[in-house]
Design a binder for this molecule. Structure first.
Ligand code: GTP
Ligand code: MG
Length: 235
């Protein structure tokens, strides 16, 4: 069987057709259901990852952007991934086994200014090791706080993903913190900033761990990616 990452690279072009629509269509409501979410282990290098290989969907972004909260929201399990109002909470790569069939992966954050240089270096190593070497990483969700302009640290990270040909989608988080008009204006601004450097947009989602905004769309998207992977794997 081919590694999921290789399949994913072949498929990344095709997957653009699954980019979510602004308006949730009828099909989105019938998407992927999470029936079981189990903590499967923490690691700092890929050799320590859980032994059973399944497709991995990982969450990355600045420290405190809401990665762990989003995983809990998707699984509807508060406390599954540990969260904190203080940045720098997640320091390890945490795998959560979903429906005994695929993983959600919670990663440490980048760009936390107040951490020591040694601490930042260590976290960078943990993140890079996972992203560059995990054979089963299918898709990276890059989280961006919907309240702020996309920062240089985020742009630099996206460039790195482009260079490494790592498929990614963007999720704007904390969508509950802005009214609908300001929210969509900010997102349009961030999309325009991305398009200054990229020829096309990756799939884009808006989420809130508080209200559940974006849950159906993100799970539906993961479901479609998994289905496509399975079909490719059969050929
Ligand atoms: N209002 C609101 N608060 C959120 C949302 N998502 C996360 N938060 C809050 O933001 C803070 C950080 O959330 P985490 O999920 O721990 O963030 P993280 O990206 O995992 O942070 P690190 O592990 O430190 O990199 C917590 O106080 C959360 O309650 C959201 O959608 N809406
Ligand atoms: Mg976290």
């Amino acid at each position: 069987m081919q590694e999921f990452r290789t399949l994913s690279k072949i498929l990344q072009f095709i997957l653009r057709i699954f980019a979510p629509r602004q308006q949730q269509d009828e099909g989105a409501a019938k998407g992927m259901k999470i029936t079981e979410a189990l903590f499967a282990g923490s690691s700092t290098t890929i050799s320590e990852r859980p032994k059973q290989a399944f497709p991995e969907f990982a969450f990355i972004g600045r420290s405190n952007v809401g990665k762990s909260s989003l995983i809990n929201m998707l699984c509807q399990r508060k406390g599954l991934a540990l969260t904190s109002s203080k940045p720098g909470k997640t320091r390890l790569v945490n795998h959560f086994l979903i429906n005994r069939n695929w993983y959600l992966v919670d990663l440490p954050g980048y760009g936390y200014a107040r951490m020591s240089e040694a601490g930042k270096k260590k976290l960078r190593q943990v993140i890079r090791n996972y992203i560059n070497l995990s054979p089963d990483l299918v898709m990276l969700f890059v989280l961006i706080d919907a309240r702020h302009d996309i920062g240089q640290v985020d742009m630099d990270f996206l460039f790195e993903l482009g260079e490494g040909q790592i498929p990614f989608a963007i999720i704007f988080t904390k969508g509950d913190k802005l009214g609908p008009t300001v929210l969509s204006a900010q997102i349009e601004k961030d999309k325009a900033a991305i398009l200054e450097h990229w020829e096309s947009l990756p799939p884009v989602f808006v989420s809130s761990a508080e209200t559940g905004m974006g849950r159906e769309e993100i799970l539906n998207y993961i479901g479609q990616v998994l289905k496509t992977l399975q079909e490719e794997n059969k050929q």
